[in-house]
Design a protein around this ligand. Structure first.
Ligand code: SF4
Length: 248
């Protein structure tokens, strides 16, 4: 089921703002949000597509707003459009859809502190909970039952400076680190990070080809050549449905 929600704000950004005003602009959709509520872009069912859980039916809870602007972002519609729901309402809608697997994503879900009790509520209800986060905000307060899928932003993303490296010390065996690779330089950078931080000793590591930028066949060859135990991750939903399709 795809749920269409009403736009809450206008995300139009100035062309050359100072960094602080840029961040403030990007967080504007969350300004005035009542405590205990979340600004939600959409809640829907689909197949999980970008982790070791890929292929499983999953409920997606997509939160509004992101402080980053990755060059390859495929969810810019979540930057500003959404509606305010109470934590109880969000949990009830996610649980009503019935799937055992629930992914909390965005936007950047960790911008809204209420996402922490939401994930705990979903885990308490017996759901397997995934959190997709851009890797720029602290994961230290996330319920230990949640599987954190942590992006490490590459140079090609345009957001490499945003990586919060201290998060790597918090990774559990049930978490996953994901690199979205835009070119061969990104691949070499990712390999260097995997080796420098011994990431494959912590949790599964996913190498994903930015859609339309890296040929997955080339990426497969590069991975084999590197001899690293990392997993090739295809953006399954873009293979199954149109790459620009929303709510899938
Ligand atoms: S962190 Fe995710 S939602 Fe935010 S800009 Fe990057 S890809 Fe888009």
């Amino acid at each position: 089921m795809i749920q269409t929600l009403t736009p809450r704000n206008d995300a139009t950004l100035p062309t050359a703002p100072r960094p602080e005003s840029t961040r403030a602009q990007r967080l504007r959709p969350l300004v005035g949000k009542p405590a205990g509520s979340l600004v939600i872009h959409e809640i829907y069912r689909s197949l999980q597509g970008e982790s070791t859980f890929a292929g499983l039916p999953c409920v997606f809870v997509r939160l509004t707003a992101c402080q980053l602007r990755c060059r390859y972002c495929d969810t810019p519609h979540a930057f500003a459009q959404g509606m305010t729901l109470t934590l109880d309402e969000v949990a009830a809608r996610a649980l009503d859809l019935g799937d055992r697997l629930v992914e909390v994503t965005g936007g950047e879900p960790l911008l809204q502190p209420e996402v922490l009790p939401l994930m705990t509520r979903l885990a308490d209800a017996g759901r397997t909970v995934l959190l997709e986060t851009g890797g720029a905000l602290d994961i230290g307060l996330v319920d230990r039952r949640v599987h954190v899928i942590l992006d490490l932003k590459t140079p090609g993303s345009g957001e490499v400076e945003a990586n919060l490296w201290s998060n790597l010390r918090l990774l559990k065996a049930t978490d996953e680190v994901k690199f979205v690779l835009c070119n061969r330089e990104d691949f070499d950078w990712a390999v260097a990070q995997v080796r420098a931080h011994a990431l494959t000793d912590s949790c599964p590591v996913l190498f994903s080809a930015a859609f339309g930028q890296v040929n997955p066949t080339d990426l497969a060859a590069w991975i084999l050549e590197s001899r690293l135990p990392v997993r090739l991750q295809l953006q399954q939903h873009k293979i199954l449905w149109h790459p620009s399709a929303r709510g899938v």
